[in-house]
Design a protein around this ligand. Sequence first.
Ligand SMILES: Cc1cc2nc3c(=O)[nH]c(=O)nc-3n(C[C@H](O)[C@H](O)[C@H](O)COP(=O)(O)OP(=O)(O)OC[C@H]3O[C@@H](n4cnc5c(N)ncnc54)[C@H](O)[C@@H]3O)c2cc1C
Length: 393
Amino acid sequence: MNERILIAGASIAGLTTAHWLARYGFRPTVVERARAPRPGGNGVDVRENAVEVVDRMGILPRIRAAAADVQGMRFVDARDNTVARIDITGAGEIEIMRGDLVALLHRAGDGVEYVFGDAVRGLTQDDDGVTVSFEHGPDRRFDLVVGADGLHSTVRRLAFGPESDFVRHRDHYFAFADADAALGEDRWVSMFNRPGRMAGLYRSGNHAQAKAYFVFRSTPITYDHRDLDAHKRIVREAFARETGWRVPQLLATAVDDPDFYFDALSQVHLDSWSAGRVTLVGDAAWCASPVSGAGAELALVGAYRLAGELAAARGDHRTAFSRYHEGHRELVGDRQRIGPNLKLMAPRTPAGIALRNAAARLPLLRAASALERRYRTQAPALPRYASAHGHSG
Ligand SMILES: Cc1cc2nc3c(=O)[nH]c(=O)nc-3n(C[C@H](O)[C@H](O)[C@H](O)COP(=O)(O)OP(=O)(O)OC[C@H]3O[C@@H](n4cnc5c(N)ncnc54)[C@H](O)[C@@H]3O)c2cc1C
């Protein structure tokens, strides 16, 4: 049995994979580049089968207790008048700050070895295993390697090829950062649009802190994806001439945040998520982009399936990786259709903004779930897996 499994990345996908692998009797090691689980980000949705996954992990009550308690979205004009609202209460989804979810998943890691402050640098596969080199620690040998290291995955580059082969830019850039809570209305996500641009403020009922976020449409921009100063400069320039709503104040507080998070709005498309003894999970495998609202759902369900299939196949990675792909790819394909969400968040024209606001005012479309569910297909029931060791999930 392939017992020793290295997982690169201690975020939603990596931590969930590690939990289930440990529970099924494997020996997972998680290596994370940051010195601790990364706290940043906005609210993410735990919905549909992902709720079942965290319930089976035994952390659903803690997730509900930490939920962001957001009531809905309000669209505002330049003078801060609310022009339309969408109430999301009762939609059956749990919205939680990404950092809170990551902290809870980390605490659910009994039996997992964690290595923080290091990163995968090289992989050499042979018939019996994978020799992994790290940026700091000594080489180690594992039976299997899982890349859960996000959109700019090193594991994907090493095992599958360059990022440009798999990452597709969707013509927009986005940023998240802390903002002054006093700038936003309690429990509402406020959005201010200009054609092809959106500045927003995310207020959670359970947090003193608010989050600013920015989305803008652009042709490709060249920058180093680890250069924080360059990220801030790009966002500042994109909104430099905007004086409407609270954009200048939001921008000023956001660029002070050391955890300022910026990236191209991109998706990952691969024909297969495995190459020999290496497989991918989460954004590394299928990033649907933050605009999909499905990053956490896909990561939780995909990680559960990957670990479950390994358990069911008693560690036979060929069988397990192929069943994992078969079982999860339809949901991924569905969630990667982000066109409707982009129209909702960042309409491209003044007419598009007016249409979105008019639609949001219609009673039939008021609930965000109604708007979104029109485009979503229902996921099949989540399988139950039993491991060779008799543990079940
Ligand atoms: C700081 C941060 C903030 C985010 N904010 C939001 C948000 O507000 N809204 C949203 O929808 N999505 C956000 N995301 C993305 C979201 O977490 C994912 O879309 C989704 O939940 C799937 O997560 P993941 O575990 O696959 O990847 P990610 O969450 O991207 O995590 C990848 C992890 O791998 C680590 N890593 C990278 N390279 C290496 C390496 N070579 N070796 C070891 N570790 C490595 C990273 O530090 C990171 O912890 C954010 C991600 C991060 C990292």
